[in-house]
Design a protein around this ligand. Structure first.
Ligand code: GLU
Length: 281
């Protein structure tokens, strides 16, 4: 059996909150229990929203909480493989493979177009199923000339009706139907930013991750990502999704809940142990 390799992967668009703390704590415990390695990866692909200051804040919060990682920023050695913005060319190459395989197509629709054209209701926090406006017929070229429209999104062409199942380490058997639970999703954005779905699969594969531990809000993303693993001929890791932490009004925590940021809790005198005692698992 391959030695356990896990990862914690914050996106530096805000301060870490109690929900991140819980997920990252669980990830570190699972890695430790398995006698494996844990790496820290910074998911800073979106230049509009990511900030350097949130990278250092996350590193400080994680260390304060008592989470130790073996590879990645602040652990000596080169950090390059663990900073997503430094791996764009790797992601571009993989997009090329999916294009060549006929699994990626260009799309001119804006988010607003997709929202307005969507017929079925969609989960809060998830994107609507893509209505197929730019989707070519099987085996056909793009529905418009890409040369004349260079700023396009590239979408993954899902096979409608395909059932994507996996056994989750926390929530058990999961099943989603492509084209129904989720549609053709973006692999590459029109502003030349790789999508989370593509980058995370590339990284988890390249970094030899054996188990992905992350929040339950990403369960459906796992189904999308399994299609990418399949398309690239890669074996997928195991998955363990963590329960989401809610605030007092029952809403899922977001980065805007500053009162529940680790930094604010720390400044108001909370100890790491007090924070850990609030975890669900
Ligand atoms: N970067 C994502 C986040 O901060 C986590 C993605 C993942 O673990 O796959 O929510």
């Amino acid at each position: 059996m391959k030695a356990y390799r896990g990862r914690i992967a914050p996106t530096p668009t805000g301060l870490l909150h109690l929900g991140h703390a819980q997920t990252f704590w669980i990830a570190s415990q699972l890695a430790r229990q398995a006698g494996g390695q844990l790496l820290l990866r910074i998911e800073n692909l979106d230049p509009q929203r990511c900030r350097e200051a949130f990278i250092s804040a996350a590193i400080e919060d994680l260390a304060w909480l008592g989470i130790e990682w073996d590879e990645g920023p602040d652990r000596g050695g080169p950090c390059a493989p663990y900073i997503q913005s430094q791996r764009i060319e790797r992601y571009r190459k993989l997009l090329g493979r999916l294009q060549t395989a006929g699994l990626a197509y260009p799309c001119r629709c804006s988010r607003k177009d997709v929202r307005e054209a969507a017929t079925a209701p969609h989960d809060k926090g998830d994107e609507p199923v893509y209505p197929g406006t730019c989707r070519p017929a099987p085996g056909q070229a793009a529905v418009f000339d890409v040369e004349t429209a260079p700023h396009v999104n590239w979408r993954f062409h899902v096979s409608d009706g395909e059932v994507v199942s996996f056994e989750d380490g926390r929530f058990g058997q999961q099943s989603f139907v492509a084209g129904d639970d989720f549609g053709d999703f973006v692999l590459w954005r029109h502003d030349d930013v790789p999508s989370y779905q593509l980058a995370v699969v590339a990284d988890d594969h390249d970094m030899g991750i054996t188990e992905v531990v992350r929040g339950a809000d990403l369960l459906k993303c796992t189904a999308r990502q399994l299609l990418i693993y399949d398309a690239l001929g890669w074996k997928a890791p195991a998955f363990h999704h963590c329960p989401l932490v809610k605030d007092d009004s029952g809403q899922r925590l977001a980065k805007r809940n500053h009162a529940l940021s680790l930094q604010a809790m720390r400044e108001s005198g909370a100890s790491p142990a007090a924070i850990r005692s609030r975890f669900i698992e």
